[in-house]
Design a protein around this ligand. Structure first.
Ligand code: ADP
Ligand code: ZN
Length: 180
């Protein structure tokens, strides 16, 4: 599933995973859970908190392992550039590529207003889907926080990085005829 940051990849791919009984593989969540892991290129945090892409070698290794262990999957947040798309083509065959097309002003509003539960990971929006009690998760009572990279400056950079690196991936799959 492809789309700019804030397009709704996480929300929609979770639904697809449930509906079809396949594994939901999301590189952003895996990286966030391993933010301070030492790699040959430093830690993921150094890239993520600035809105930059984590180096391909790190992400490709994660994806190869997850895809290899899955009996059916939906990939969310990967591939994010043409080199990753080529790596993916070499390790598996895709049935379909879904693209979520959302305007830029809408993306910014969604991301900067997003809040996530620090306990269960549920997502809220201060305006569009607020919690019953401000700052408290409806599901588990956990504290709602803003992701480190959902601040306005970093959001702007993430959208720029998307246009530079990931928009060409959409065109790549469109040319292949796989895009939905
Ligand atoms: P979003 O799609 O909303 O930007 P993600 O949770 O998918 O959020 O990604 C958060 C961050 O994790 C990215 O800004 C980037 O630093 C890193 N990341 C996730 N997936 C990849 C990937 N495929 N390649 C490189 N970096 C990635
Ligand atoms: Zn919660």
């Amino acid at each position: 599933i492809l789309g700019a940051p804030g397009a709704g990849k996480g929300t929609q791919s979770k639904r697809v995973a449930e509906e079809f009984g396949v594994q939901h593989i999301t590189t952003g969540d895996i990286l966030r859970a391993n933010k301070d892991m030492e790699t040959d290129y430093g830690t993921p945090r150094e890239y993520m908190d600035a809105g930059e892409l984590v180096p391909d070698a790190v992400v490709n290794e994660i994806v190869e392992k997850e895809v290899g262990e899955a009996d059916g999957f939906i990939l969310d947040g990967y591939p994010r550039n043409l080199d990753q798309a080529e790596f993916l083509a070499a390790i598996t065959d895709l049935d379909a590529v879904l693209y979520l097309d959302v305007s830029e002003s809408e993306l910014t509003r969604r991301l900067t207003g997003r809040r996530v539960c620090s306990e269960c990971g549920d997502t809220y929006h201060v305006e569009f889907s607020p919690a019953e009690e401000a700052g408290v998760c409806d599901e588990c009572g956990g504290e709602l926080v803003q992701r480190d990279d959902d601040t306005e400056d970093v959001v702007r950079e993430r959208i720029r990085v998307y246009h530079e690196n990931t928009a060409p991936v959409v065109e790549f799959y469109r040319d292949e005829g796989d895009l939905v």
